[in-house]
Design a protein around this ligand. Structure first.
Ligand code: GDP
Ligand code: IMO
Ligand code: MG
Length: 430
């Protein structure tokens, strides 16, 4: 029995989806334990591109069962749209291979409106994906307003809950902005009961399902969403998401005790990207002809969910060391190394400078990180196409040196290197 987690060590979009897909052969079940449709995981295989958001990427492998754990916040409309899109792409989906936790929380349209009101009105906007993620988690923790997936199967109960919640939401929205959208509890209830009929075959006690699977010797692959630096407890708070996106979220978000985890693959981009607001010490803001823009264009660094250009910058070992420790990473998968082929000389951030003093450890607060200046070391680039590399020997010496340096600075072995989006464009280092 083996439990593995694929987790991002930066601010998301590290290409976790590609690694999950590569590891499916050794696993039976794939589990998402955090977030929702704020994630966008892309996989390219057999000449076809698949984009997954709420549904675990591992479902693309025909033998896998996929679980949406209790730690997620689920918009039924997006769930059903994604199921339809996957079916249209030839991926068979039914209640047997896609299980949805009865304890996951439900996103309603008022969550999306609530987020819009907060983000538009506030100078402290986070730059969220606008999917209602934060407000739904807020309702989960506040308890009085949260509705879980299992409750959708009880019509009279659901109607009563919505009749109590919706008028309070409406009153708050009106007070915040007179033109805010207003909602009708009964209309929402009718709509969600229709969705519930379609969700029903998928709804299970997924924690029990996973415990039985473990007893039966099944191998489980945990697929993190977002990156560890967006973790609500350990990331660059408050510019984070509302869940534990590090491995810390596995236990609460799936019900599988942490001691079952045997392998943690920390996924990093060979550089750094970030979408949305928040501190980013190694960000390249060198204009339309600069290296930042060159990386963005070559790496096609535009958000899968919102289409926003991703902010690009150099690799930051201070940040990655912090998140690798947090995640308990055993090894590193270094992604998009091919993108750095367009850069003459590479920089790696090895420390920060704050108030004239050298800082070797990551400050836990965004307002402090905002003031940190990166200390760089410089390495030569390779300036040659590496997209066709398939073994360590195919990589130029400068690329191997760059990887060795990352491994040394993070004290972890690099086991996988990705040199292109396709499944085949992968170098296994061991
Ligand atoms: P995730 O959210 O961590 O799964 O990552 P995303 O899917 O949002 O972003 C990663 C993007 O990089 C996707 O478009 C992938 O197809 C693409 N990608 C993955 N690996 C590589 C690689 O090695 N090189 C290049 N150029 N693109 C890659
Ligand atoms: P994957 O799984 C990158 C960012 C948003 C915003 C912050 C909070 O594809 O790596 P939210 O909507 O979650 O309340 O937004 O988190 N964010 C991501 N950035 N990749 C993601 O997911 C992200 N999910 C959320 O841009 O800054
Ligand atoms: Mg993504």
């Amino acid at each position: 029995m083996a439990c593995t987690c694929v987790v991002g060590l930066q601010w998301g979009d590290e290409a976790k989806g590609k690694i999950v897909d590569l590891l499916t052969a050794q696993h039976d079940i794939v589990v998402r334990y955090n977030g929702g449709a704020n994630a966008g995981h892309t996989v390219v295989k057999n000449g076809r591109t698949y984009k997954l958001s709420l549904i675990p990427t591992g479902i693309l492998a025909p033998h896998m069962q996929a679980v949406i754990g209790n730690g997620l916040v689920v918009n039924p409309v997006r769930f059903l749209e994604e199921v339809d899109a996957l079916r249209a792409a030839g991926i068979p989906i039914d209640g047997g291979n896609l299980l949805l936790s009865d304890h996951a929380h439900v996103i309603f349209p008022y969550h999306v409106e609530e987020e819009k009101l907060g983000e538009e009105a506030s100078a402290a906007a986070i730059g969220t994906t606008g999917r209602g993620i934060g407000p739904c988690y807020q309702d989960k923790v506040s308890r009085t307003n949260g509705i879980r997936v299992g409750e959708l199967l009880h019509p009279a109960h659901l109607r009563e809950r919505l009749r109590s919640i919706v008028p309070r939401k409406n009153a708050v929205f009106r007070a915040l902005m007179p033109s805010a959208q207003q909602f009708d509890a009964d209309a929402l209830c009718d709509e969600y009961l229709t969705h519930a009929g379609k969700l029903k075959p998928h709804i299970h006690d997924t924690a029990l399902f996973l415990h039985r699977a473990l007893q039966g010797g099944k191998n489980i692959l945990f697929e993190a969403a977002q990156g560890s630096l967006l973790d609500v407890d350990h990331g660059t708070y408050p510019f984070v998401t509302s869940s534990n996106s590090s491995t810390a979220g596995i236990w609460p978000g799936s019900g599988v005790p942490a001691r079952h985890l045997q392998r943690v693959v920390g996924v990093i981009k060979a550089y750094t990207t970030r979408v949305g607001r928040g501190p980013f010490p190694t960000e390249l803001t060198d204009g339309p002809d600069g290296i930042g823009e060159r990386i963005r264009k070559t790496g096609r660094e535009y958000g899968t969910v919102t289409g926003r250009p991703r902010r690009c910058g150099w690799f930051d070992t201070v940040a990655a060391k912090h998140s690798a420790r947090l995640a308990g990473a055993d090894e590193l998968a270094v992604m998009l190394l091919d993108v750095l082929s367009v850069v003459d000389e590479l920089r790696i951030c090895t420390a920060y400078e704050l108030d004239g003093k050298r800082l070797d450890e990551f400050p836990g607060d965004a307002f402090l990180l905002e003031q940190c200046r990166p200390v760089y070391e410089t390495l030569p680039g390779w300036k040659t196409d590496i997209e066709r590399a398939r073994g360590p020997g195919d990589l130029p010496a400068a690329a191997r040196r760059y990887l060795d340096r990352l491994s040394e600075l993070l004290s972890l072995p690099v086991t996988i290197v990705s040199v292109g989006p396709d499944r085949e464009q992968t170098v296994f280092m061991t």
